[in-house]
Design a protein around this ligand. Structure first.
Ligand code: NDP
Ligand code: 2IT
Length: 449
């Protein structure tokens, strides 16, 4: 196992996020390999860590002033053992091959846990949508799809949103795909409702993560009612995480963006959340404005160079990181514990560093890794694909019930796998083992491909 990790690091030394994601999985699946000797014989670890295909392309586009820009586009098609490649597109200046591979790798296990027929992939670009006009974003999306369209399809690879890619971008991408292929198919998920989208898809990641948190609390006969929660981020996942926590009677006192965070000791309510949604989704403004609107709230700028994020240093019961990777380090984890936090449930992908995770596990926190807790988003994407294939759309309540059932089942699957391998209550091991076994068995069934 160490040899394999060493080899991966030597091969691509700069892909640190990918190494981190691989190491987390490797650390937990060793007992699975010991139980099934065929896995080693078939070099399953070497195969599962190498993408089936990586596509990298030039994305030229023109801004409103007529200046030409060039960005880099990616699609990592990681594993198709369980179905067509499926996973989001991220537009953020930090995007590089290592980030794409980490996200695609996580996606393989996450999609496996949903029980739906989806392989894993991820894509995106180092394009920064911040401060760009709608026209510039459209031109970029059209150029991006002009290359991507030849690699994707409803039975091949079905992208969706992630950081920086929401309903607006999915619309522009879909329009260009349709024009190039002359086909109206479910090639992307997260579409708008009136042209093939699914009810509950925008809400699904956040709602699903909160359903998962509620399931974890239930194992200790507790609920979210009256619990104080720290939430990071203020984008798609954070907004609907907050919405569901409030619905279940919890209190949310923080939200953030990449510039800083707000602390509202009174707690957010429906009106304040509506303000955040309008601020972020329509005006595309900064979270700082929340503290101008609600005078009791305090805004603190966060310097990315800081050794800890002060957002995680407030008295609370629960923490739900919903912004980005490695946003909770060991110092933040220690602060969470000092402040009485009992539950950490990840809406974002890999928001906790390995050292932070060790601290959570040592302190027997209820800790859910993103690949289990945030699987509701891609699960409802899977339901959107099913509705598109049938040319049907299910009512809101039906999709929400299915989402709830899927999150419940992922929760149970993680606990059962952990129990089976003698690590009761360890959701990290449970998620990795259960996700891994299903994918690997499908790979073995399909031969050496
Ligand atoms: P959005 O683009 O809607 O929101 C992202 C939020 O995170 C924004 O508030 C953004 O602030 C903040 N953020 C982004 N990068 C950083 C950074 N480097 N440091 C601090 N804050 C940052 O994205 P989503 O809500 O869709 O995604 C959030 C997380 O959830 C990601 O990890 C994503 O991979 C994961 N996820 C998303 C799913 C989905 O369905 N959308 C499904 C499953 C997981 P700012 O505006 O300043 O950039
Ligand atoms: O990380 C994720 O699971 C997503 N960004 C959603 C992927 C999807 O295909 O809906």
């Amino acid at each position: 196992m160490d040899q394999i990790v060493k080899h991966i690091i030597e091969k691509d030394p700069e892909q640190r996020a990918f190494h981190q994601a691989v190491q987390e999985v490797m650390a937990t699946v060793e007992p699975v390999l010991d139980r099934n000797l065929e896995y080693r014989k078939q070099a399953i670890l070497e195969r599962i860590t190498e993408p089936e295909r990586v596509i990298i392309f030039r994305v030229p586009w023109m801004d409103d002033e007529g200046q030409v820009h060039v960005n880099r586009g990616f699609r990592v098609e990681m594993n198709s053992a369980l179905g067509p490649y499926k996973g989001g597109l991220r537009f953020h200046p930090s995007v590089n091959l290592g980030i794409m591979k980490f996200l695609a790798f996580e996606q393989v296990f996450k999609n496996s846990l949903t029980t739906l027929a989806m392989g894993g992939g991820k894509g995106g670009s180092d394009f920064d949508p911040k401060g760009k006009s709608d026209t510039e974003v459209m031109h970029f999306c059209q150029s991006f799809m002009t290359e991507l369209y030849r690699h994707i399809g409803p039975d091949t690879d079905v992208p969706a949103g992630d950081i920086g890619v929401g309903a607006r971008e999915i619309g522009f991408l879909f329009g260009m795909y349709k024009r190039l292929k002359n086909e109206f198919t479910g090639v992307l998920t997260g579409k708008s409702l009136n042209w093939g989208g699914s009810l509950i898809r925008p809400e699904a990641t956040g709602y699903g993560a909160v359903y998962f948190a509620a399931e974890m609390l239930a194992t200790r006969s507790a609920t979210l009612e009256g619990k104080t929660c720290l939430v990071s981020g203020s984008g798609n996942v954070a907004q609907f995480t907050v919405e569901k926590i409030l619905e279940l009677g919890g209190k949310v006192i923080t939200m953030s963006d990449s510039s800083g965070y707000i602390l509202d000791e009174q707690g957010l309510d429906a009106d304040k959340l509506a303000f955040v949604k309008h601020l972020k989704n329509v005006r595309r403004g900064r979270i700082l404005e929340y503290a101008r609107q609600y005078r009791d709230a305090v805004y603190t700028p966060v310097d990315p160079g800081l050794k800890h994020n002060p957002l995680w240093d407030h008295k609370a019961d629960c923490a739900m990181p919903c912004a980005t990777e490695n946003e909770i380090n060991s110092q933040d984890a220690a602060n969470l514990i000092k402040n009485g936090v009992q539950l950490v449930c990840e809406g974002a992908n890999m928001p906790s560093t390995p050292e932070a995770i060790d601290i959570f596990l040592d302190h027997k926190l209820l800790y859910a890794p993103g690949k289990a807790a945030n699987a509701g988003g891609v699960a409802v994407s899977g339901l959107e694909m099913a509705q598109n294939s049938m040319r049907l759309s299910w009512p809101r309540q039906e999709v929400d019930n299915r989402l709830k059932q899927i999150m419940k089942s992922i929760h149970k699957t993680c606990l059962d796998a952990a129990e089976d391998y003698g690590v009761r209550g360890n959701y990290v091991a449970g998620a990795n083992i259960a996700g891994f076994v299903k994918v690997v068995n499908a790979m073995l069934d399909q031969g050496l491909v």
